[in-house]
Design a protein around this ligand. Structure first.
Ligand SMILES: N[C@@H](CCC(=O)N[C@@H](CS)C(=O)NCC(=O)O)C(=O)O
Length: 363
C-alpha cells in the first residue's frame, strides 16, 4: 500500500516519481483505439503541471470540442484526487470553450482565507466526473484495472467506448494529440500547428530530457527532499538548469532583436528556432508555477524567475499574455491552493502565501 503522506520514497530522503502504467496510443491502424470525435476524455487537475501540458496541447491543436475534460478538485486528500459531488454540481455547472471554468487569467493574488478544503463551488473548485459521476479518480483506475495498485495520477486519457484508460503519461498524451490523428475533427478556426516538426525532433528530445529531470521534476525533488543534504543538492541543480534556459533564451532574444527589432522580438521568443514547439509546452507549466509556488513551497528560493532570469520571464509573459492556449489553461487559484493545502508534510498549517502580486507581470 502506498503511503500517501510520504513523498520521499528512497532511503536517502530523495523523491522518485513512479513510472506511468497505461501506455497505449490512438491511431487509425490501432486494433482498438481509433481516432474519433467525442470518444476520448481527459481527466485533469488544473494545479498539476503534467496535466497542464495536455490541456495546452489540446487547445493548441483545436481539440477542445473533440476531447472533453473533467477537472478534479484542487484539494488532494489522503485518498487522492476527487471530483465535485454530482448532486450539488449538476445545476450550476459552467462550461467554457476549454471544457471547464474557474477563473482563468486571474493575475492578482486572491485572498484564500474564506476558502475551505471542502469548498464546493461548481465549475470553480473543479467539475463533476461528467461520464460516470464518480467521486474519485481512483474509481477510473479500478474500472480500467480492478487490480491496479499504483498511484492514482492525473492526467488520464480515457476511452469512453471501451471504458478504459488509453494512457496516463502526459508526455505521450501530448504526442498523441499532436500526431495528427484528430486533425480532421479539429476546430478550423484554430491555426494548424505541428509542435514536433521532424527537423527539430532530436533537438526537442534533447531539451526535454534535461528539462524534465532537472527543472520539471527538479522542483519536486527539491520540495519533497527529506534531508538538508538532498535539498541543497537538488535546489542548486534546479537553478543551474534554469540558468541554462535563461542563456538559451538570451541568445534567441538577441537574435530576434536584430531581425525584428526590440518591439516584436519577445513575441518571437521560443526555445527553438523562433517557433513554438513541444519544448515550450513542456517547460511552461513549471515556469508559470515557479514564482507563485515553487519559490516558497518547494524552497526553490535562490531567486525568483522575474528577479533573476529576465529572458525566461519575458518568454513566460509572452506565452501567458499572447496565447489563449496558455492563458486560458492557467488557473492560479487551483495552483496556489492545491500545493499549499495538499502537502501537510511540507506545509502542516496549510497557510497559503498571499503573493506574489501580481502573480505574473504584465507583458
Ligand atoms: N508521469 C506522470 C506524472 C503525473 C503525476 O505525478 N501527477 C500528480 C499530480 S501533479 C498526481 O496525480 N499525483 C497523485 C498521487 O501521486 O497520488 C505524467 O507526467 O503524466
Amino acid at each position: 500500500m502506498t503511503d500517501r503522506t510520504k513523498w520521499a520514497n528512497s532511503e536517502d530522503g530523495s523523491f522518485k516519481r513512479q513510472a506511468s502504467t497505461f501506455r497505449d496510443t490512438i491511431s487509425p491502424s490501432h486494433s482498438v483505439f481509433k481516432p474519433a470525435k467525442g470518444r476520448y476524455w481527459l481527466y485533469v487537475s488544473l494545479a498539476c503541471p503534467w496535466a497542464h501540458r495536455t490541456l495546452i496541447t489540446r487547445a493548441l491543436k483545436g481539440l477542445t470540442s473533440v476531447i472533453g475534460v473533467s477537472v478534479v478538485h484542487w484539494h488532494m486528500d489522503t485518498q487522492g484526487w476527487r471530483f465535485l459531488p454530482y448532486e450539488e454540481s449538476t445545476k450550476g455547472e459552467y462550461k467554457s470553450p476549454y471544457g471547464f471554468s474557474g477563473v482563468p487569467g486571474e493575475t492578482h493574488s486572491n485572498p484564500t482565507s474564506g476558502i475551505r478544503n471542502d469548498s464546493v463551488r461548481p465549475g470553480v473548485d473543479g467539475t463533476i466526473d461528467h461520464n460516470y459521476h464518480y467521486k474519485r479518480i481512483s474509481e477510473l483506475y479500478y474500472k480500467a484495472n480492478p487490480d491496479y495498485s499504483a498511484r492514482f495520477t492525473v492526467p488520464v486519457l480515457w476511452d469512453l467506448e471501451t471504458q478504459t484508460i488509453v494512457n496516463n503519461e502526459s508526455s505521450e498524451i501530448i504526442r498523441i494529440f499532436n500526431s495528427g490523428v484528430f486533425d480532421e475533427f479539429a476546430d478550423p478556426k484554430v491555426e494548424p500547428i505541428d509542435l514536433l516538426p521532424s527537423d527539430l525532433e532530436s533537438q526537442i528530445d534533447e531539451i526535454n530530457s534535461w528539462v524534465y529531470d532537472n527543472v520539471n521534476n527538479g522542483v519536486y525533488k527539491s520540495g519533497f527532499a527529506e534531508s538538508q543534504e538532498v535539498y541543497e543538492k537538488q535546489v542548486s541543480n534546479v537553478f543551474e538548469h534554469v540558468q541554462k534556459l535563461e542563456n538559451i533564451l538570451r541568445v534567441n532574444y538577441e537574435r530576434a532583436v536584430d531581425k525584428y527589432g526590440e518591439k516584436d522580438a519577445a513575441s518571437k521568443l521560443f526555445l527553438l528556432n523562433e517557433q513554438l514547439t513541444e519544448a515550450d509546452v513542456r517547460l511552461y507549466p513549471t515556469i508559470v508555477r515557479f514564482d507563485p509556488v515553487y519559490v516558497q513551497h518547494f524552497k526553490c528560493n535562490l531567486s525568483t524567475v522575474r528577479g533573476g532570469f529576465k529572458h525566461l520571464d519575458l518568454w513566460l509573459r509572452n506565452l501567458y499574455w499572447n496565447n489563449d492556449a496558455f492563458h486560458e489553461t492557467t488557473n492560479f487559484d487551483h495552483i496556489k491552493l492545491h500545493y499549499t493545502r495538499s502537502h501537510p508534510r511540507v506545509n502542516p498549517l496549510g497557510i497559503t502565501p498571499l503573493g506574489p502580486d501580481p502573480v505574473i507581470l504584465p507583458f
